[in-house]
Design a protein around this ligand. Sequence first.
Ligand code: FES
Length: 119
Amino acid sequence: MPYAPGQMPLVSRHVFVCTATACADRGAEDTYRALKKRVKNYPALSGVWVNRSGSVGGCEHGPMVVIYPEGVWYHSVSVERVDELIRRHLLENEVIEDWRFHQTEGCPCMRPVTIAPPF
Ligand code: FES
């Protein structure tokens, strides 16, 4: 859904599902669609955005899912794991150690800032 400059809603978390070739071969498109549908239908997750991404570098361990602002990469996120990912990470704020592939310092772009529209 397109928004006008300066009109973007609050984004509390941004979830990227890699749907590039290696992850797609392991069912990433099903993971993406299930995650997108469940998050959309769950009012408590209204600030969570789910998008497809290109390769995030864990190609042999997909489907890979990256969640900001935590900066956590999860491996092997099959469609069967979507409900558990939502419950544990998105609702209970738990980093699921058994599935963690990588973690960064998180994304400073997720910190609240006010940016004037460019035009
Ligand atoms: S294809 Fe998904 S991480 Fe590379």
